[in-house]
Design a protein around this ligand. Structure first.
Ligand code: KMT
Ligand code: NI
Length: 181
């Protein structure tokens, strides 16, 4: 499981000893996680297996597009602006699927009590954030990550900043995930 713990509004560590959360805390809010090895070619097969398990139809599998993004000051155009947007609390109408090929970083997701759970993603970690979950992303002190962004069908990465309570994907998420405690 990835290391995950509660942080404050600004991403700061809270007082007292850091307690890591079990994977079940992430599953509770609909976050999925796999560990792959980007250095091994079998990972492609594993990726294909995940796609199949997730029930993506045959046709959709071929529409499971991927792109790569490197987040660091000298490789990403408009770095400052993009990094600021990534760290602004938002959701999407679709799942956010990310596979870390190199480096590391933090995905923060809101738990059921509206606290931030910080998930430390490293090389080989693949994470799926459900549609409608509020989240944000930031680099750690290593200041570098290379991520594969996967999409089902047309790539859409529109960030919908909080609040989005009227959005169908948000309502669906609240109904399915927040409702069953
Ligand atoms: C997003 O929607 O792109 C994010 O949440 C940022 C992390 S992946 C670059
Ligand atoms: Ni996002």
């Amino acid at each position: 499981a990835p290391q995950a713990w509660i942080v404050g509004e600004k991403g700061e560590d809270l007082q007292g000893p850091k307690e890591f959360l079990p994977l079940s805390k992430l599953e509770d809010i609909g976050v999925l996680y796999w560990k792959l090895d980007p250095k091994k070619s079998e990972s492609e097969e594993e990726l294909a297996k995940i796609r199949k398990e997730r029930g993506y139809s045959y046709m959709n599998m071929y529409c499971f597009l991927k792109d790569l993004i490197e987040i660091c000051p000298d490789k990403l155009e408009n770095y400052e602006e993009k990094v600021k947007n990534f760290f602004t609390e938002h959701m999407h109408a679709d799942e956010e699927i990310r596979y870390c090929l190199e480096g590391s970083g933090y995905f923060d997701v809101r738990d059921k009590d509206d606290k931030w759970i910080r998930i430390w993603i490293k090389e080989g970690d693949m994470i799926i954030l459900p549609a409608g979950i509020y989240h944000r992303f930031t680099l750690d002190s290593a200041n570098y990550v290379k991520l594969m962004r996967l999409f089902i069908g047309e790539p859409v990465w529109t960030a919908l900043n909080r609040p989005q309570e009227g959005h169908p994907a948000r309502q669906e998420y609240v109904k399915n995930v927040m409702g069953n405690t």
